[in-house]
Design a protein around this ligand. Structure first.
Ligand code: MGP
Length: 216
């Protein structure tokens, strides 16, 4: 049986050099393949209005992501909101928060509500929703971004709605900051007033409008 003869020095020097070069190569290419992490992990949900089922069972988790690249991969893979059937919703929420009033982090919260006219579906709906998503994943509300739970888009024949949900309807400072920044990011004219309503009021409303706790 033949035995391999290892000449000390020569082979190990070559393999050390190879190891070093491989390490350098890996570092250089890491720059190209490491995805850019987001501050938070997010979950995208879809709601399809099947009247034979309960509201909660019509809600489905699509997928979760925590990098810039995976956000765009998902966004580019799904239908734009204006192509959805009336009665459908998308919701983007921080991982661990369910997109419903009942979640512990939504129970005492509320939403900045953007109501759109029927004509705005063509002009504004998709770009407003994308801007809303970018506000969330980009943590656009400075030190108050922690107050954000998620955002919802309702595609409705009577007029579409987009909202950012926050966790505490008593946190005036955070809510007013978020409202001001959000309105500016969407390019809503100053003279157009948007309202913030608590989920408690929305869930128990008897008339068609819920009273505003704050306006921006
Ligand atoms: P919606 O889908 O938010 O608005 O609520 P839509 O369809 O424009 O209706 P409107 O009432 O605002 O004019 C529709 C209905 O879905 C509510 O009346 C509830 O019955 C149910 N629903 C909506 N949300 C957000 C929740 C929720 O978080 N929890 C539960 N249990 N039901 C909800």
């Amino acid at each position: 049986m033949a035995t391999a003869v290892v000449v000390p020095g020569s082979i190990s020097a070559t393999s050390e050099k190879e190891k070093y070069e491989t390490k350098v190569q890996k570092l250089v290419s890491a720059h190209h393949y490491i995805k850019h992490p987001l501050q938070n992990k997010w979950a995208l949900w879809f709601f399809k209005n099947d009247k034979s089922k309960t509201w909660q069972s019509n809600l489905r988790l699509i997928s979760k992501f925590d990098t810039v690249e995976d956000f765009w991969a998902l966004y580019n893979h799904i239908q734009v909101s204006s192509n959805l059937m009336s009665g459908c919703d998308y919701s983007l929420f921080k991982d661990g928060i369910e997109p419903m009033w009942e979640d512990e982090l939504n129970r005492r919260g509320g939403r900045w509500l953007i109501t759109l006219s029927k004509q705005q579906r063509k002009m504004d709906l998709d770009r407003f929703w994308l801007e809303t998503l970018l506000c969330l994943v980009g943590e656009a509300f400075d030190e108050h971004s922690d107050e954000v739970c998620g955002a919802v888009i309702n595609v409705r024949a009577k007029g579409d709605k987009i909202a950012i949900w926050t966790t505490d309807y008593e946190n005036r400072e955070a809510i007013t900051h978020i409202g001001r920044v959000y309105k500016a990011r969407l390019g809503v004219p100053l003279k157009v007033i948007i309202g913030y309503q608590s989920h408690a009021d929305t869930a128990t409303k008897s008339s068609s409008t819920t009273k505003n706790k704050f306006v921006a």
